[in-house]
Design a protein. Structure first.
Length: 172
């Protein structure tokens, strides 16, 4: 009886968490894309200069700034370099999140410590409307997890009964 309630509680908890996963993915992807757009907009003037002077090679522009005699250019080279590296990093993350849904879930282990993900989780807006395919996927995933949990619970109970087995007297 208790295991039935425990299964029901696990099912409801997993179902509620799984319902929110697509929304978390979407909101994180939106934040990531917005930050990438903002950085690319900041890099635009430098890309224009690199296009005119260095055939579009931003690395050559950064190196030119870094070796310039003027301190202002040398200081700016570090800022531009940081923006460019951040842009490449965010672009790679956006591309990873374009993968199919199960692969996205596996990629999230790389993003767990990402401050942008933490910010997304803190400001998560909970939604309820989901496409039918998402509901089917969620129910399938929850069913598989419940099967695994049920199997593990049965093995655990079996092991406990084996460890604490007390022979009973047979009444005659």
């Amino acid at each position: 009886m208790i295991t039935g309630y425990l299964r029901l509680l696990i099912f409801v908890g997993l179902f509620l968490v799984a319902l929110q996963l697509p929304s978390v993915f979407e909101q994180y992807q939106q934040r990531l894309t917005a930050q990438l757009t903002e950085i690319q907009r900041s890099l635009l003037p430098f890309k224009e200069v690199a296009k005119k002077s260095f055939n579009g090679d931003l690395n050559r522009l950064i190196e030119e700034y870094r070796t310039n005699k003027e301190p202002a250019f040398r200081e700016q080279s570090q800022s531009v370099s940081d923006l460019y590296r951040q842009s490449l990093k965010l672009q790679a993350q956006v591309e990873l999140l374009q993968a199919p849904w199960p692969q996205q879930l596996l990629q999230w282990q790389r993003h767990i410590k990402n401050p942008l993900l933490k910010e997304t989780l803190q400001q998560l807006s909970y939604t309820g409307s989901l496409p039918q395919i998402v509901v089917v996927r969620v129910i399938t995933c929850v069913f598989v997890v419940l099967l695994i949990a049920e199997s593990l619970l049965r093995v655990f109970v079996f092991l406990l009964s084996y460890i604490f087995y007390v022979p009973r007297r047979v009444k005659r």
